[in-house]
Ligand binder design. Structure first.
Ligand SMILES: [Zn+2]
Length: 229
């Protein structure tokens, strides 16, 4: 089972994505936010319809640059808005949380970091409560904001600007994978602690994507790929 994660579309199509999806057998496309560039919401359906046309399922979380109504637009396009949701999908279980911790730019989808912590904690704790440990699943936390002080939140000027709330929740619950976005220049894959792989695909227009190939409920491979190769 293969998942492809992309991020930070900012209203710009990339034909290389569609070509890639037509040539590769991808089950699920994950979009980790900033589908639009502060709207318009019409773009969401146009963009997601093309992906669905490649015979893939699509799940997405909102980014801080997406306007109000983004989750409705995602759901109406035929995709699923994963924000604050838990979904089992094949050998994976997906947890979603969109938006970002506050930025200097006063964007629409900003959330105080202690609130992010509380809500991501609740999401992951809910699953821990109902989880059947006999059935192993690759746990994938899908966020827009990257965890603080990692490879995935480093700006060009050398500052770490990710979410401390997301980092703390990852330390506490150790999901298998965290796919994020938000920091366009931080296209990277690294590890937090001994368990969690963190990956930021970078901006879609730069052809970055993250490929997750799940063999079964516990074995998987993760890599950053280029859609134009
Ligand atoms: Zn963002």
């Amino acid at each position: 089972m293969k998942f492809l994660a992309i991020s930070d579309v900012h209203g710009e199509d990339n034909e290389n994505l569609i070509t890639y999806l037509k040539n590769n057998d991808i089950d699920l496309v994950l979009i980790t936010g900033d589908i639009t560039n502060f709207g318009p919401l019409d773009f969401v359906d146009e963009f997601i319809s093309k992906i669905l046309g490649c015979d893939c399922d699509v799940m997405a979380v909102p980014g801080n640059c997406d306007p109000e109504g983004i989750c409705n637009a995602i759901n109406e396009s035929g995709a699923f808005c994963l924000h604050k949701n838990i979904v089992a999908y094949g050998d994976a279980v997906l947890f979603g949380y969109g938006g970002s911790n506050p930025t200097p730019f006063n964007t629409p989808g900003e959330i105080q970091d202690n609130k992010i912590y509380g809500e991501v904690y609740e999401l992951l704790a809910n699953y821990d409560y109902v989880e059947n440990k006999e059935v192993s699943k690759v746990k994938i936390l899908v966020t827009h904001a990257p965890p603080y002080n990692t490879c995935a939140d480093l700006t060009e000027s050398g500052d770490h600007v990710g979410s401390q709330g997301i980092l703390k929740s990852i330390h506490e619950f150790e999901p298998t994978i965290n796919i994020c976005g938000h920091i366009h220049e931080a296209k990277a894959l690294c590890k937090i602690g001994t368990v969690t792989d963190v990956a930021n695909p970078g901006m879609l227009k730069d052809n970055g994507a993250v490929l997750i190939d799940i063999e079964d409920g516990s074995n998987y491979e993760i890599s950053i790929i280029s859609l134009n190769e």
